[in-house]
Design a protein around this ligand. Structure first.
Ligand code: SF4
Length: 243
């Protein structure tokens, strides 16, 4: 484990939580804002120390978020999840959808209460965008979540030079065809230190170019209120701006 965020009201919907940042990732997204974590070069914190911290926080936090990097990269995450749940915490998992077997175990054992899964690209673009092309595993995770009965969400980072409006529209069509019934969050790329030293978008990503009349909910992060308001004028769609 690389780091702990001791308190957050923003990372587990409706809950207070701490975040455990697990290092390492099988993907190499150029826009990744956690390059040290993704490459497994973050600091090292003992699991025993984290469990002691969680013991002391009992009654003060609702839940624990496992994030990364990719928190399901190592099978040791299962023992960690069991220990966290045994203390009575709710558990949220942030995943890129690459490890259906581990997700299946978490779900079958009733260890996870909420999942936020990345949906990074059109199936044919996955390797280009993430450096990882095993989309069948992502689809397996999607199927598990659809059957799970727990609450979950999808999230997509948009960048007009990497995942543009046409790509996002086709991704949303894909979800329509798969009976997606949850919330898709479109997160606008923010310039900063990234794994691939990605430059800022050459042009602003245009929400107005998307077909947002969907059978599921679409929400927005990092866009301006004006951009979302402009949408609301033309489309009677529930939207929310966060971040
Ligand atoms: S953004 Fe990509 S490379 Fe970075 S942690 Fe997430 S999945 Fe891994």
């Amino acid at each position: 484990m690389s780091a702990v965020t001791r308190f957050s009201l923003q990372d587990f919907p409706g809950r207070s939580a701490c975040i455990l940042w697990l290092s390492g990732c099988q993907m190499r997204c150029s826009y990744c804002h956690n390059p040290e974590l993704a490459l497994g070069r973050g600091g090292r914190i003992s699991v025993d120390g984290v469990l002691s911290f969680l013991e002391r926080r009992k009654g003060q936090l609702d839940g624990v978020v496992l994030s990364g990097g990719e928190c399901l990269l190592s099978s040791s995450v299962l023992e960690l999840a069991r220990a966290v749940k045994a203390m009575g915490y709710l558990l949220k998992v942030d995943t890129n959808g690459g490890y259906p077997d581990r997700l299946d175990t978490l779900l079958k054992e009733g260890l996870v209460d909420y999942v936020a899964m990345d949906f990074k690209a059109r199936p044919g673009d996955y390797e280009r965008v993430t450096g990882w092309g095993d989309f069948a595993k992502w689809e397996a995770c999607y199927g598990l979540l659809q059957e799970s009965g727990i609450d979950w969400e999808l999230r997509t980072t948009v960048h007009s030079d990497i995942v543009d409006e046409q790509a996002v529209d086709e991704m949303m069509d894909f979800l329509e065809s798969r009976s997606f019934g949850k919330t898709l969050y479109l997160q606008l790329f923010r310039q900063g230190k990234t794994l691939g030293n990605v430059a800022d978008m050459r042009r602003r990503f245009e929400l107005a170019r998307l077909c947002l009349d969907r059978s599921y909910e679409v929400r927005f992060r990092n866009f301006t209120q004006a951009e979302v308001n402009a949408l609301a004028c033309g489309r009677p769609l529930e939207v929310n701006v966060t971040g």
